[in-house]
Design a protein around this ligand. Structure first.
Ligand SMILES: [Zn+2]
Length: 436
């Protein structure tokens, strides 16, 4: 490597850890106890490795010392609703009632430009406080809500995906579009934002019950016309919802088939929840190379059910992790890992530290088709990363002192951590959040 590569580069020293691939397939979690992550002057990764070796090769580099903190890739939240931030932790509902009581009234307020902007600012600040550097985000039915989100994301130079909700029935008047207006508005938003700066567009029908067949057809047409956009929707979250879908679409074999019949099931599709799938749906998900956003905080909070990761693995379905705020009760992907661990424990499955970290980082990047640019510290990738304090609370410090190896330290940090453990969040190397 030529010395000129290091001109203006910064070395971040600490316990560097990242996943090179899915730890289910082999020993793919790489870590350097006294490690260094070198970021070039444009915000891309040059190299990750052992400090002693690298400092010898590049003695004059600027070093930021993070002590015994972990340096890990920024978290990727593959399913979250920014307009629902204000109804997080609302009492006593399951899915359909929850939408009517809390979600829809909150979303009505995003018709207003000022409200949408202040909502987007608060939301993005909260993501960064929690170490989330990329998210796939539901806006509302109002195009202005997408403009506000992307505008604020671009100001922060964030890698984000968002989409206008497509919804033409079973919601209040102020939240409805029509098949043709949803098509036209979505196409205009794609032209305006998709592939600009670090932003990508996701075509976002809320879920089958709030779209007519005609509207889902338009969503499919958008995917055909813009092959690099994503499809982001909900699937099979709640039993009452599944029965409703059966009534509304009697000609479909099952819930996934409703989407399939409208051209919405493919390698760019991410389905949130996917808890109660039948064998045919699992098989089809695997064949189509569609991905799942596993949202344990939300699934427990709304009482929806327990996701089956072993089954997703068996059918070769890419799984990622997500908060699903406001159904989920925390912005913290560390809380998501913690609740995901417990959900899997309930069915006799284990989620170890390596797999958990993978799912929250590179797994999310793969689900969103962004693993060529983010998700780990391979050379050339965008250096979005977090500095995580394993001794953020007295109890964490106590546990840390009694941990005898790296695996224990990482696992306890992932289980016990939350926003208090996020010491720094860096976007392409640049400080975007500092705890202290
Ligand atoms: Zn959701």
């Amino acid at each position: 490597m030529k010395p000129s590569v290091f001109k203006g580069a910064v070395a971040h020293r600490g316990v560097v850890v990242h996943a090179l691939d899915d730890p289910l397939k082999g020993d793919y979690l790489q870590h350097f106890d006294d490690g260094i992550l070198v970021v070039d002057s444009t915000g891309h990764v040059i190299e990750a490795g052992y400090a002693a070796q690298m400092l010898e090769r590049m003695p004059d580099m600027e070093i930021v010392d993070h002590g015994d903190c972990f340096i890990m890739p920024g978290y990727i939240d593959t399913h979250i609703h920014y307009p629902q931030t204000g109804v997080i932790a609302s009492f006593g509902s399951q899915l359909i009632d929850w939408l009517n009581r809390y979600t829809f009234p909150a979303e009505l307020a995003y018709d207003d430009e000022e409200n949408a902007h202040s909502g987007a600012h608060f939301f993005i600040n909260e993501l960064l406080r929690n170490g989330t550097t990329t998210a796939q985000v539901f806006a509302t039915v109002h195009p202005i809500s997408v403009d506000a989100f992307f505008t604020v994301s671009r100001e922060h130079n964030l890698r984000m995906l968002c989409g206008k909700v497509m919804m033409d029935r079973h919601a209040p008047e102020g939240l409805l579009d029509t098949p043709s207006s949803s098509y036209e508005q979505t196409a205009a938003l794609i032209e305006k934002w998709h592939g600009k700066a670090r932003l990508d567009y996701s075509v976002t029908p809320r879920f089958a019950p709030t779209s007519t067949s005609e509207q889902l057809g338009f969503a499919g047409r958008l995917l055909e016309e813009y092959p690099s956009v994503r499809l982001h929707t909900h699937l099979s979250e709640n039993h009452q919802e599944i029965e409703w879908v059966k009534e509304l679409f009697p000609k479909s074999m099952d819930y996934l088939d409703v989407y399939d019949q409208h051209g919405l099931v493919g390698p760019n599709s991410i389905f949130a929840h996917s808890i109660h799938l039948n064998e045919r749906e699992w098989k089809r998900m695997g064949e189509a190379q569609s991905a799942i956003a596993f949202c344990p905080c939300s699934n427990l909070f709304i009482g929806s059910g327990l996701f089956d990761l072993a089954k997703a693995d068996r059918y070769g379905v890419q799984t990622s992790l997500a908060t699903d705020v406001g159904g989920g009760d925390s912005f913290s992907m560390l809380r998501v890992i913690n609740e995901g661990y417990k959900v899997l424990q309930m069915s006799g499955q284990n989620l170890n530290a390596a797999r958990a970290l993978y799912l929250a980082t590179l797994g999310g990047a793969k689900a969103l088709g962004l693993d060529n640019v983010v998700g780990n510290f391979e050379a050339g990738k965008e250096a979005d990363f977090v500095v995580v304090d394993p001794k953020a609370t007295p109890l964490m410090a106590h546990r840390y002192a009694l941990s005898s190896n790296f695996d224990q330290r990482l696992f306890a940090t992932l289980m016990m951590g939350d926003d208090r453990a996020i010491k720094e969040t860096r976007i392409m190397g640049v400080l975007a959040h500092q705890r202290d």
